[in-house]
Design a protein around this ligand. Structure first.
Ligand code: PAF
Length: 283
């Protein structure tokens, strides 16, 4: 069994229209490919809630800050399709750049506020790129459900905000981060780690979980986070872009975990930028 691949909006719309005539509940799982177990967990979750699941594969140039990063992003479409088939996904929608952004394309979706800090502060334009393509994918697929991983926690907030603000009738479903056995959060970027970097990489999650434990006891974040930053650098990371305690519901900055919170990090291991986050339930 293989999963049908569709590359044009017109064909996608025909198929979706037929599904709708049968009153099918339609879900979308947006991806940039290089599928790993994290993506597959989203597809499984989608299959539990929907009659038809569309996985999208589009390496979106608008959300990359550098040409080098875009060029280095892994592209494994055949393997991706092979991974989806046994799960029972119904369609792989893989448009090319011209289909997604035809000549004259001039619209940008910008989600103010929530896009501006954390990753947004270090990757100017990134969330506009994400918001623009996700809006298009929601409108192109007409799905009633969309599945996103909590690993990109800020992205989840951006996507929820845009769906609400633009009255797009879609439920955004968050799924837990999937980790390797050693704790490293799964990411398509992990494919680019050298074997030495791969050994150092899980330290980030380890430090994050330990720090979350400490913060859950109500300790002031400032000192705890300063120690954690140092620990990340000592583990071989070359730079910590941010390590912040934020409220789970609105991402506001917290000085202590007095309410449900997330500890979020972005750090560079060599030339690879990794992000992760863990939840904190105050004790
Ligand atoms: O999380 C991702 O892989 C991307 O940001 C997304 C949501 C597919 C948009 O390009």
């Amino acid at each position: 069994m293989s999963v049908p691949i569709v590359t044009t909006v017109a064909r996608l719309r025909e198929i979706v229209a037929a599904w709708r005539r049968d009153s099918a509940r339609i879900a979308v799982v947006p991806t940039m490919g290089a599928l790993h177990e994290g993506h597959l967990s989203l597809v499984r979750a989608a299959l539990e809630r929907a009659d038809r699941v569309i996985v999208t594969l589009f390496v979106n140039p608008k959300q990359f800050n550098s040409q080098a990063d875009l060029a280095a992003y892994p592209r494994t479409e055949d393997e991706d399709a092979a991974k989806l088939a046994p799960l029972g996904a119904h369609l792989l929608y893989a448009p090319d750049g011209f289909e997604m952004y035809p000549d004259g394309f001039a619209t940008t979706v910008a989600v103010n506020g929530v896009s501006e800090e954390l990753c947004g502060a270090f990757r100017p334009g990134h969330f506009q790129g994400v918001a623009t393509v996700v809006t298009k994918l929601f409108l192109q697929t007409g799905a009633g459900l969309a599945f996103f991983g909590e690993k990109d926690f800020q992205q989840l907030h951006v996507v929820r905000r845009l769906a609400r603000d633009l009255d797009i009738p879609i439920e955004v479903v968050a799924c837990p981060t999937v980790r390797e056995a050693d704790g490293l959060a799964m990411s398509s970027r992990n494919l680019r780690l050298s074997s030495q970097q791969r050994q150092a990489a899980p330290k980030l999650a380890e430090i994050l979980f330990e720090t979350a434990e400490r913060l859950a006891t109500g300790l002031a974040a400032e000192d705890v986070l300063a120690e954690a930053r140092q620990a990340i650098l000592s583990a071989g990371y070359r730079e910590v872009e941010y390590l912040e305690l934020r409220a789970e519901d609105d991402l506001s900055l917290l000085e202590e975990a007095g309410r449900p919170a997330r500890l979020l990090v972005a750090a560079w291991l060599g030339d690879i930028r990794l992000i992760d986050n863990v939840t904190i339930r105050p004790k």
